[in-house]
Design a protein around this ligand. Structure first.
Ligand code: ATP
Ligand code: MG
Length: 265
């Protein structure tokens, strides 16, 4: 469980909305995300979870509302600026330089810290051989902290989907964020990987880095999170502790009802 820290920034999402054509993907969402609490965002497919992540991380601008983190107004900033403010995110499908090994991939992120051009880490990696040794050492340390040092010399393209997610999280962490947004990290993970993931996330929050996680695996989410928010049709329909959410009538309808109707597809 995380320690209380009065200095820890709050992400304040205020009356944020976004639509695509006629689809109201996110409707008037107001949430406080406390960076000392593991916070989960759940809800059915198409509920607007990823859209909200996109709005926070600069991949899209809300048509109304504001998003601030501590004293920083994130609303409408580019992804690069949001990352500079300390908010980094992973994608539902991991991205990376597939021809590199895991350690090289993380080392590129470490070597690129503080650079102005978001593409320059890769260019610098190719040109400046002197950064390699230090960054690779740091990358191996980071992988060990995440409990996946055994993957260091594997090519990114050879990773299982679950391992790729763990590597992606480690890569983002190596950039020293203040808050990490994880979009379905447990998807495609085996049971032992989910355990590694849960331990990793508990370690992240204990280090004072905020975690906002989207996932469909309710067992994983309810076991891990301190606070859970439920989205349905773009709106927040419930917020509470895992115990409260597990008992919530609407949540039970969405999840248990959904399984029966869709034949667990
Ligand atoms: N770029 C886009 N263009 C058009 N419609 C979009 C776009 N992105 C999302 N939508 C629509 O917005 C709604 C919310 O989608 P979103 O991807 O945010 O849901 P989600 O909760 O992440 O779902 P899932 O659990 O399946 O990942 C859906 O109806 C989706 O079709
Ligand atoms: Mg999504």
């Amino acid at each position: 469980m995380s320690k209380h820290n009065a200095e820890a920034p709050i992400m304040a999402i205020r009356e944020v909305s976004k639509s695509y054509g006629g689809v109201h993907a996110v409707r008037d969402v107001t949430l406080d995300i406390d960076s000392t609490k593991i916070t989960a965002l759940i809800g059915p497919n198409g509920a607007g979870k990823t859209t909200l992540f996109n709005l926070i991380s600069g991949f899209g601008t809300p048509y109304s509302g504001t998003i601030t983190f501590g004293d920083t107004d994130l609303t409408g900033l580019s992804p690069h600026r949001v990352a500079k403010a300390g908010i980094v995110r992973t994608f539902q499908t991991p991205v990376g330089f597939s021809s590199m090994t895991v350690a090289e991939n993380v080392a590129v992120a470490i070597a690129g810290q503080g650079l102005a051009n978001p593409w320059s880490p890769f260019l610098r990696w190719r040109e400046d051989k002197h950064t390699h040794v230090d960054a690779l050492d740091a990358a191996r340390d980071q992988l060990a902290l995440a409990g996946i040092e055994d993957l260091a010399d594997t090519a990114i393209s050879d990773l299982s989907p679950g391992s790729a997610k763990l590597v992606e999280i480690t890569r983002q962490l190596s950039m020293g964020p203040k808050m990490l947004l994880l979009d379905e990290p447990a998807a495609a993970m085996a049971v032992d990987q989910i355990k590694t993931l849960s331990e990793l996330i508990r370690g992240i929050i204990a280090d004072g880095v905020g975690v906002l996680v989207i996932d469909h695996n309710l067992g994983f989410v309810l076991d891990l999170a301190d606070m859970v928010h439920v989205l349905e049709f773009g709106a927040v329909v419930a917020s509470g502790t895992p115990t409260e959410i597990g008992r919530n009538e609407r949540v039970r309808e969405i999840y248990l009802g959904g399984v029966e109707e869709s034949d667990a597809a």
